[in-house]
Design a protein around this ligand. Structure first.
Ligand code: SAJ
Length: 401
């Protein structure tokens, strides 16, 4: 079986490498010339545990990268699905463009697997009309892997395959079985679409519950972490961890699809989104309160540790730190200092690339992300005022959410 993976980003790249390293003939296509040139030169395009090793294996097994769309038996489309900020509906344009490009080269009976996350009904509404007279088979197999542990999860997570035709679903199942050791369930397309969005919404709601508890406990001087720890000893309670907000391209985005498509019905989902989106502002209020308590007035002596949306990844999309800085920009230009060991390019004002220089210029460190660098070198900040939004710092006097 030959597979053409379209879109070589956070999902398409590891998936194509995994297939190739397990003996499937793979061509990876991306319209970004620079990205393809980097891959061809033997380098990966983002940092992820185990990705470089997997890349070497796939290259040795003959994976190819190109800007072209190739005539083939099976296509996997893994392109971004942003949402429109004003009406919260999915923007299917990347998928539409990819499907149109594939249609030009694909032969009759070829299978088109869409891995990108889409809201329920998107495939019927936008993709099906495009392929209606082309005799291509449509499948939706949403990805499920978590950044930071992608290579492991690609191999071990179970998967969902939505297909119109069970026989086609079984062919796709066999393709994923080349590397996937989890259960692979074959169902219909709408169920697969909805299941994926439901999974991320479930997590968003549960994080929102933890964040709301943090706010309640702060308002009445209770220790939310102690309370969650004890509550979680109950066999049927498993509360997640409060934090400075929810970022990333998945959990902070997918629930909006349900809110946008089912206004009036998606109520808990909307409330959860609002709570999680309010957390960066809550952190900002904590910063101001602590500064007042300490008699500090100079915001330019405050430093945010971490710019990525979570620990030990280099992805900054929708990150709580960026949300916080954007909130501030609306009121006044932000003098806050920022440092993240995983971010090598300048993306915000007052950004540092060396931990020691950053520490020289601040008196107050706000831990926004729990990168290993900090967890393993916590004593470096022992003389600072500390606000720890991730509950990773045991130094005396540390303020929590
Ligand atoms: N977070 C908290 N408290 C927690 C857990 C997470 O504040 O207890 C925050 C994180 O710091 C981060 C955000 O939530 O800002 C999301 O992080 P995450 O690690 O929970 O999830 P993602 O966005 O990296 O990956 C999710 C995963 N979905 C689920 O766990 C249901 C992954 O399996 C999906 O493949 C991915 O979304 C996706 O692409 O849809």
């Amino acid at each position: 079986m030959k597979v053409n993976v379209i879109g070589l980003g956070y999902i398409g790249l590891p998936t194509s490498l995994m297939l190739a390293s397990h003996g499937v003939e793979v061509i990876g296509t991306d319209y970004n010339k620079e990205l393809v040139a980097t891959l061809k030169s033997g380098k990966t395009t983002f940092e992820e545990k185990g990705l470089d090793e997997l890349f070497m294996e796939a290259v040795n097994k003959g994976i190819k990268f190109t800007n072209e769309y190739i005539e083939n038996d099976l296509y996997i489309i893994a392109v971004p699905t942003p949402y429109e900020k004003d009406n919260k509906k999915i923007d299917p344009n990347y998928i539409i463009k990819a499907v149109e490009s594939v249609k030009k080269v694909a032969h009759k009976g070829a299978i088109l697997v869409i891995e990108s996350t889409v809201s329920p009904g998107t495939i019927d509404k936008y993709v099906r009309p495009l392929v209606k007279d082309s005799e291509l088979h449509l499948v939706h197999a949403p990805e499920r892997i978590i950044p930071g542990n992608m290579v492991y999860e690609l191999k071990h997570n179970s998967r969902t395959i939505g297909a119109d035709d069970v026989k086609v679903g079984e062919i796709v199942k066999e393709m994923y079985s080349s590397f996937c050791e989890g259960n692979i369930v074959v169902t219909d397309i709408r169920t697969a679409e909805m299941t994926k969005v439901v999974e991320n919404t479930y997590r968003d709601i549960n994080i929102a519950f933890a964040n709301e508890l943090a706010k309640i406990c702060r308002s009445d001087n209770m220790d939310v972490y102690e309370i969650i720890k004890i509550a979680n000893m109950h066999p049927r309670v498993n509360i997640l961890t409060p934090g400075p907000g929810v970022g990333g391209h998945c959990i902070s985005v997918d629930p909006w699809f349900l809110v946008g498509d089912y206004p009036g019905l998606a109520n808990i989902i909307l409330a959860a989104r609002k709570i999680n989106d309010s957390m960066p502002e809550f952190v900002l209020e904590r910063i101001h309160d602590i500064m007042k308590e300490k008699g500090m007035t100079d915001l330019s002596r405050v430093g945010l540790y971490g710019l990525t949306y979570k620990e030990n990844v280099d992805d900054v999309r929708e990150s709580p730190t960026l949300q916080l800085l954007e909130n501030m920009e609306r009121h006044l230009a932000t003098p806050l200092k920022v440092y993240d060991p995983w971010v090598k390019k300048t993306i915000v004002k007052n950004q540092y690339f060396e931990f020691d220089k950053f520490l020289n210029d601040v008196d107050f460190v706000v831990i926004m992300v729990g990168h290993s660098e900090l967890r393993n070198g916590m004593e470096k900040i022992k003389d600072k005022v500390i606000l720890d939004t991730r509950n990773i710092c045991n130094l005396p006097g540390t303020y929590k959410l």
